[in-house]
Design a protein around this ligand. Structure first.
Ligand SMILES: [Zn+2]
Length: 259
């Protein structure tokens, strides 16, 4: 996408202004939209945050841009895709989340204008206050593409000049990046969310996926993310926590005097 660099600067300024002026969210007034490249990404990384916000009375929604149907060497992508969709619907039900699906194929997600427009339209319909997606650097090109698509889409959704069937949405207070083992390069935990009370719901949700229960991938998903919640929790002075990163501009604090 040719204008990505310019767009990110415009978006940075817009979101920085929002971050400085927006009041802290109150329980029940948030809509958290988690957008993952593959079904399972949003749940495994931030499902505990979604469960927590559902418990607080907020609306939680997941958008899976692809089903991640290419990941099972023992099944055809079509058959595994059907399985992943069923697993995603169960996971969403357990978390109390709505599940939406993008039209792309595993391994073929690209940051095209079409993709940004699709996600912008979802944002206009869901009207999130908070968006969570992949960090910018990743072992997986689909994840890195999702990062760029989502950032462009948040901006597009807010612009009067972007015409779609739904009115513009300017209510995104922040874009947050998930702590994902595949997206670790340059990821520095910035926000820590206490999920001590929500880890059981998270575990019940994510184990709807066969690849997380074990037996498909050699990566020990469940053990890794359980241990990570403990590690992040230890640093945060909590039993369990999930960490998020934000863009550098979102870390800017402007004060009248030193705190
Ligand atoms: Zn993924």
């Amino acid at each position: 996408m040719p204008h990505t660099r310019q767009v990110s600067h415009v978006l940075a300024a817009a979101l920085a202004a929002v971050a400085l002026s927006a009041p802290r969210g109150a329980a029940g007034d948030r809509t958290v939209l988690a957008i993952g490249a593959h079904a399972g990404d949003a749940e495994i990384t931030t499902g505990a945050i979604l469960a927590r916000h559902k418990r607080l009375g907020d609306r939680v929604v997941m958008l899976h841009l692809t089903l991640g149907e290419g990941g099972n060497p023992k099944m055809s992508p079509a058959a595994y895709g059907e399985q992943k969709k069923r697993e995603a619907l169960v996971a969403a039900r357990v978390l109390g989340a709505e599940a939406l699906f993008g039209p792309w194929k595993d391994g073929q997600l690209r940051d095209t204008e079409e993709a940004a427009r699709f996600v912008a339209d979802v944002i206009r319909q869901v009207k999130p206050t908070h968006v969570i997606t992949h960090w910018k650097a990743s072992l997986h090109p689909d994840h890195a593409a999702a990062h760029r698509i989502v950032n462009e889409a948040v901006l597009l959704a807010s612009l009067e000049g972007f015409e779609s069937a739904h009115p513009r949405h300017r209510g995104v207070r922040g874009v947050y990046y998930a702590d994902n083992w595949e997206d670790a390069e340059g990821f520095t935990p910035y926000l820590y969310v206490d999920v001590t009370e929500d880890l059981a719901a998270w575990k019940a949700a994510v184990t709807s996926y066969e690849f997380i229960r074990g037996g498909i991938s050699s990566f020990p998903y469940l053990e890794y993310y359980e241990a990570l919640a403990r590690v992040r929790g230890a640093v945060a002075g909590k039993r369990s926590a999930v960490a998020l990163e934000v863009d550098p501009f979102a870390k800017r604090q402007i004060l009248d005097a030193l705190p």
